[in-house]
Design a protein around this ligand. Structure first.
Ligand code: GCB
Length: 615
């Protein structure tokens, strides 16, 4: 469903605010029809968008994984309701949602981090009257979902390599399993006949192809407006595709994130039935001769793996923090980041388009484990994996900032015995080919963990390779000379084997701000700096390495575990976004690095104008 937009033909209302909330650990809600009337008993207020774990910690919900009911009421003005279709659009429910309006079942959606919507028109009360909206969100995960998890009581839970029971709450991944309605909820009014999707493809010479889906086959017109609102191209078609040309197009890139608007109208004769403005940028990313080229220049990516994780908010929409994170990335000289390990809020993508950041867009296939050598057994997971990729593609296809799809992060992290075999190899080939069939214009990335090195089956299925490595931290700790050597040797072997450009998508050391030492001492700020600089030295010496993303941008919440001090502390910034010492070194390094073309750098931050900035 298109991002909510208000214009002469469409209206949208944001349902953000304090809703009512009731956890359902005994799963009574459906039988007792909690959706049909106002929640009673143990109901609390909850701010939406937001996850329940951080807001309702003192109500015993800190570690709650399961079903919880959310409700609110709203009214729609008669002028809006009378001649339109009315929809609900939920930008994300982690991880499953069922929706009722005025006691009527409206629909459900499985899969977190993704927008979905349903038509409400037939279930609405009379214009101006109150409507009761109820959403049951379930944060439970299984072996077949993305992200994947297992029932802690099942046999699959414990593998010889690792006891997942050690994590609390139990997860297969290293980030907190927040649940809830984590992003915006909107009511959207569209005309009876409406535009349902827009796909924009362009080439550097200014050719633009706009594909439009709509509720009715009528004439489509497209007007292209430049950043000043001046028309620079137009076209129309009786079918669903309009092709046109912009003369002397301005390209989109980090140094000049130039956006055009495609104004799409659905017409009946002279009458406009519906209209929608979609932003797009003209740019090209391709892999050629072992290099990644962005607008025909070699690309070097500086930046981070991130998380959507903030104090108080947990994993919930937080617009000021999104902006601040981009400002900090600009300050430090980063031109890119990865949405590790799940799709981020579309507000982040929209801002990346405007601020000129390059994004590796990752689906929530994190630390996948396989439980069989038989490919057919993996099909339920494969179906959900493809569905998640399709939904991510549908949502983010027109963002110029999105330059690559990451289809998985570190499969086989838990060292299950069923992995380096034909079933998993075929699994990833299918995922890769499916992604390419949706979008051949962006390179597909697969990201591997250390165990299988250059022989990891997942590396067969990608255009560019991502490797996460922790030599000097998890393996042979402290010895950074050896770490540099091991990393360099592995990089050389991997490039020799595949000839594909490689990026180090993670490397980092947990660091407690304020810890210092004159000798190499894990957890100190000096060690984080030395570790980071060693990795950068090894990578920048190799032309086939097209980027380095430090793990992580900021400290983040994760399940309790003997390896973590509440947070994963590998942040270059603290959880509340203050720099650790390494931030200043990275800043110098990336600003001086001539491998990064000026065209591929977002605009620099301005120095403070009241007092001088800290160097
Ligand atoms: C990894 C994972 C990431 C973890 C990180 C760590 O390889 O991809 O999710 O947080 O290591 O800090 O251990």
């Amino acid at each position: 469903m298109l991002y909510p937009q208000q214009n002469n033909y469409r209206a949208t209302f944001d349902l953000s605010g304090y809703w009512r909330f009731k956890a359902d650990p005994k799963q009574q809600g459906h039988a007792e029809k909690w959706y049909a009337k106002k929640l009673d008993g143990d109901a609390h207020s909850i701010a939406i968008p937001g996850s329940w774990n951080e807001q309702l910690t003192e109500q015993g919900l800190r570690n709650f994984v399961g079903k919880a009911w959310h409700e609110t009421t709203f009214k729609i003005p008669g002028v809006v309701q009378e001649n339109n279709r009315i929809w609900i659009r939920i930008a994300a429910a982690d991880h499953a949602a069922e929706v009722w309006l005025n006691g009527n079942y409206v629909g459900d959606h499985y899969g977190g981090y993704m927008p979905f919507g349903f038509e409400l028109t037939e279930f609405l009360n009379k214009p101006g009257e109150e409507n009761h909206l109820s959403v049951c969100v379930d944060s439970t995960l299984t072996m077949h979902t993305l992200p994947q998890d297992v029932d802690p009581e099942s046999e699959q839970y414990n593998t010889p390599g690792y006891e997942r029971r050690h994590l609390f709450p139990a997860t297969r991944f290293d980030f907190f399993p927040y649940g809830g309605l984590t992003r915006s909820v909107n009511i959207v009014a569209t005309p009876k006949e409406y535009i349902s999707d827009i796909k924009i493809e362009s080439t550097l010479d200014g050719k633009v192809r706009v594909g439009v889906s709509s509720s009715i086959d009528k004439e489509i017109t497209v007007q292209i407006l430049d950043a000043e609102g001046v028309e620079v191209g137009s076209g129309n078609s009786a079918g669903a595709t309009v092709e046109l040309k912009i003369d002397h197009p301005k390209l989109w890139g980090p140094s000049q994130p130039y956006l055009y608007i495609a104004r799409v109208s659905l017409k009946d004769g002279d009458a406009i039935l519906d209209q929608y403005d979609e932003d797009f940028g003209i740019r090209e990313i391709k892999v050629e001769g072992g290099k990644v080229l962005f607008n025909n220049e070699p690309l070097f990516m500086s930046g981070f793996g991130k998380h959507e994780d903030f104090p108080i908010v947990g994993r919930g929409q937080f617009r000021p923090a999104y902006l601040r994170d981009y400002e900090l990335m600009r300050w430090i000289g980063a031109n890119s980041y990865r949405t590790s390990h799940y799709p981020y809020d579309e507000e982040m993508m929209r801002l990346a388009d405007r601020m000129g950041f390059l994004v590796i867009d990752e689906v929530a296939a994190v630390s996948l484990g396989f439980w069989s050598n038989d490919f057919d057994d993996l099909k339920p997971l494969l179906d959900n994996h493809k569905k998640a990729i399709k939904e991510l593609y549908e949502r983010d296809k027109n963002h110029p900032s999105v330059i690559s799809w990451s289809i998985t992060n570190e499969p086989n992290l838990w060292a299950e015995e069923y992995y380096q075999n034909e079933a998993s190899s075929r699994y990833f080939k299918e995922v890769y080919e499916y992604t390419k069939s949706l979008d051949s214009s962006r390179p597909v990335m697969s990201i591997s963990m250390a165990a299988h090195k250059e022989n990891d089956v997942v590396l067969e299925s990608c255009d560019v390779i991502g490797i996460n490595r922790y030599y000097g931290w998890y393996t042979k700790p402290v010895d950074l000379e050896q770490a540099g050597k091991d990393l360099g040797d592995e990089l050389d072997r991997t490039f020799k084997k595949y000839g594909k450009p490689i990026m180090i998508t993670e490397f980092g050391a947990d660091t407690v701000e304020g810890m210092h030492s004159t000798t190499a001492q894990m957890f100190t700020e000096e060690f984080q700096t030395a570790f980071t600089l060693k990795y950068l030295e090894v990578m920048t010496a190799r032309d086939f390495v097209f980027g380095s993303h430090v793990w992580n941008f900021a400290d983040f919440m994760t399940p309790q575990h003997f390896r973590r001090v509440i947070l994963n502390k590998k942040g270059v910034f603290t959880r509340d976004r203050n720099p650790k010492s390494v931030a200043f070194k990275l800043r110098e390094y990336w600003h001086d690095l001539d491998k990064i073309s000026d065209e591929h750098r977002p605009k620099k931050s301005k120095p403070g104008f009241l007092v001088q900035d800290v160097k």
